[in-house]
Design a protein around this ligand. Sequence first.
Ligand code: SAM
Length: 317
Amino acid sequence: MRIDYLRVSVTDRCNLRCIYCNPLRDCDLIKRGEVLTFEEIHRIVRLFAECGVSKVRLTGGEPLVRKNIVALMDKLVTVVDIEELTLTTNGVLLEEVADELKSAGLNRVNVSIDSLDRGCYQTITGYDLLDYVKRGINKAIKVGLTPVKINVVVLKAINEQDITALAQLSVEMPIAVRFIEYCPTSKRAKPDRFFVPNSHVRKNIESRFGPLTATVGTKGSGPAVYFKTKDSAGSVGFISGKSEFFCQRCNRIRLTSDGKVRPCLYSAYLYDIKGLIRSGASDEQILALMKKIIAEKHRYTRLNSPAVGFSMRNVGG
Ligand code: SAM
């Protein structure tokens, strides 16, 4: 599998406090001086592009709370080998900046929205901001940040009743609604507290819309597997990190907001690329580490060094 996709967490700060994502307190935030600068991110992306990376996704934390994020995009679009620049956001600030993002060269967005019910959305995120997110999604579609994908984490006894309403979005609109299995990140969290297997989510969708059929290229270049309900404009996807083992088709590496490269989301192993940069390393030295990371990527899976006690905001999901 060619490793061509880099996810960059540009900040561990977020304007929501999702119960499953954000178990850390604000005092655990990474010190500002430890967060990668735009120049460092640009250099890392430029060098990874020399190693075959052609797709970059900005994530976080919430990438839209990082000051001047559009200026980072202006820099990244100049990296010639990057063919696709995308962003994952909670959508709260999207309506305000969608135009600017599009003009800066962003190709498309994924928006996380775990419920279409105002009260449930507030229970999960801590804030009554569902309408902002809906407006953000509409604006993203309007300015052409498409195809928009929606990310949903189904949480036991919290938003299970919203599965069909969320899937319905893919029936009405040409968007992909992706159901992501909860991944426990806190040492204190009971792993099964929130976990709902995607087999249950699928059953729920099929009992409402009928059998799902695999889309052409159902297994894309990543962990998501896509299906359609009858006559739907879009598709539903499943990312089953716990109940499936998809390491053999994983094409991604992750850059944390404090400058570590994580070859596998589910493995604790990290390479300190910021340390190398800040010690004055040359491009050749950094490239040597990047080539090693890519060559060794498939050694790391949740089976050989499982990740526990990490911040999803720092890693970027
Ligand atoms: N703030 C942005 C957002 O909300 O999309 C980007 C960062 S967020 C960490 C990226 C994705 O990770 C979101 O779709 C979120 O639902 C997912 N995520 C966060 N914590 C998770 C967990 N414990 N298990 C599974 N997915 C998680």
